[in-house]
Design a protein around this ligand. Structure first.
Ligand SMILES: [Zn+2]
Length: 246
């Protein structure tokens, strides 16, 4: 089987046996893959630090269903700026776990790949912020087709007026004619999230404290609807960086 060179981000890794490693890679061409790296813990020559979580690498691999074989890997960048700051590390690990948790195996998602790279590059050079984290989440949900509509009622299709929308238990948004209960998501928060989708650049959207709290609640609900469990890295993020808006 021919070796392929694949651009990838390391989403997670775990030791296997005496000297091997199993890695989860998010590749540009094949999406998420599980890879077996034989001898990775002993061979500095073939792997060096390339299999660290959130490293950006060129991997040489035999692509197979289930478990690919990673023969060697070269570091493109380890994002040293992120690794020097615990809160930035927490955000990078969270972004990687989101991608690992929400993406199907062996399904190319080049837009999500570029989003993850853009976020890691931003974190590498700028302080981590909750606005940027929320920008990553809404764009991830959008690319995967899980985003609630921010402009139109999920039931009647009517455009939300300036009172905003009501958040429903299924993570969708409804207008005041269709729903009687639900937390209000004001139009400013909806517009801020809409801007996150249209700008495509981190650092462009800075939510006001109250908008951030409400937009965060909407995103937490939307992610929870599509997720069976709380992500481990989220707890670490909350412990490391403090609760949102505080
Ligand atoms: Zn409606």
């Amino acid at each position: 089987m021919p070796l392929e060179k694949q651009q990838a981000i390391v989403l997670s890794n775990s030791d296997y046996g005496e000297s091997d490693r199993i890695v989860s890679l998010f590749t540009l061409e094949h999406g998420r893959l599980k890879g077996f790296a034989r001898g990775a813990r002993n061979s500095r020559k073939r792997f060096g630090p390339a299999l660290e979580t959130f490293a950006r690498i060129d991997a040489q691999l035999n692509h197979k269903d289930g478990l690919s074989s990673v023969r060697s890997a070269d570091v493109i960048t380890l994002y040293a700026g992120i690794r020097g700051n615990l809160c930035a590390i927490a955000h990078a690990l969270y972004a990687c776990e989101l991608v690992e948790h929400f993406t199907p195996e062996d399904h190319p998602l080049p837009r999500l790949y570029r989003l993850l790279i853009a976020y890691l590059e931003w974190l590498d050079a700028n302080p981590a912020s909750d606005s940027d984290r929320r920008m990553f989440e809404i764009n991830l949900l959008n690319i995967l087709g899980y985003r609630p509509s921010l402009e139109n009622c999920s039931r009647c299709g009517g455009v939300f007026d300036d009172r905003g929308a009501l958040l429903q238990q299924n993570g969708e948004l409804a207008c005041r004619f269709c729903a009687k209960t639900g937390r209000t998501i004001p139009s400013a928060a909806l517009q801020g999230l809409g801007f996150c989708l249209s700008t495509g650049r981190f650092g462009q959207v800075v939510f006001e404290k109250e908008e951030l709290r409400i937009a965060g609640h909407l995103l937490d609900e939307s992610l929870a609807v599509h997720s069976a469990r709380k992500l481990k890295s989220l707890e670490f993020l909350q412990q490391t960086c403090g609760e949102e808006g505080s």
